[in-house]
Write a protein that binds this ligand. Sequence first.
Ligand SMILES: NC(=O)c1ccc[n+]([C@@H]2O[C@H](COP(=O)([O-])OP(=O)(O)OC[C@H]3O[C@@H](n4cnc5c(N)ncnc54)[C@H](OP(=O)(O)O)[C@@H]3O)[C@@H](O)[C@H]2O)c1
Length: 252
Amino acid sequence: MKIDLTGTTALVTGSSRGIGRAIAEALGKAGAAVAVHCRERASQAAELSDQLGNDSAVFTADLQDPMQAVSLFRQVLDKYGRVDLLVNNAGIFEHSPLVKETPEWIADWERTIAVNLTGAGILCREAINHFIPAGGGRIINIASRAAFRGETADHLHYAASKGGLVSLSRSIARSFGNHNIKCFTIAPGFVRTEMIDHHLQGKGEEEILNELALSRLTTPGDIAPVAVLIAGGGMDHATGTTIDINGGSYMH
Ligand SMILES: NC(=O)c1ccc[n+]([C@@H]2O[C@H](COP(=O)([O-])OP(=O)(O)OC[C@H]3O[C@@H](n4cnc5c(N)ncnc54)[C@H](OP(=O)(O)O)[C@@H]3O)[C@@H](O)[C@H]2O)c1
């Protein structure tokens, strides 16, 4: 099956590196113009956008700030005149044990919810408001296995933010399917990126591998093809569902 995304535009948040970058590369290879978004690694994002071609360009926004999330979508729309696919991928995974001082723990909670959930929610709203008059569109929210299996005690905020993304996707799929808007969740397990560098130290990688049914750690390249399939419409009738990509470590 050949998927041709020529003439379409995709906004992929957090595509300067990791999973977002692999998704942007795959969408670009299929012909899409990609709005490559980053928070601060603009040179990495620019290198990717040059490599992609198709009029791809870099957009910078700190999604911890709600108004920057709003203006990100509007800037992309100003440049391309249309957005066909929104991929809410940007995220943070910070260590926040309960023993932290209360104000610090609350600040950690608020930062994680702001970036992982509120920023994504605002971008979904902007996208829906654009998709309705445009005749439709697609959204992918990158959640996590943690939304279903739960996370460790030091990452309660992270699991809560990802659980929120799952129900956000389902609600969008239910509420706006009649406007031809399709919304999906991808839930990765451990994926080899900078985000989990510290987990891979020492015996970390071996422990992760022991949890998997497959014999190698998932890479960003294992996630990207699903995003292309969704972008091309191949999964439209699965709208609202979650695609688990975790090496067979957890099924729900
Ligand atoms: N890796 C895993 O094991 C794993 C597992 C399950 C789910 N996920 C999810 O997959 C997504 C991508 O993860 P990854 O492993 O590829 O992460 P990563 O390598 O740490 O990359 C994170 C990306 O998010 C951007 N970002 C971080 N904070 C931001 C902020 N405040 N505002 C805007 N952008 C921000 C970064 O931009 P800069 O480069 O400019 O900093 C970067 O592009 C995340 O939502 C993550 O929760 C990852």
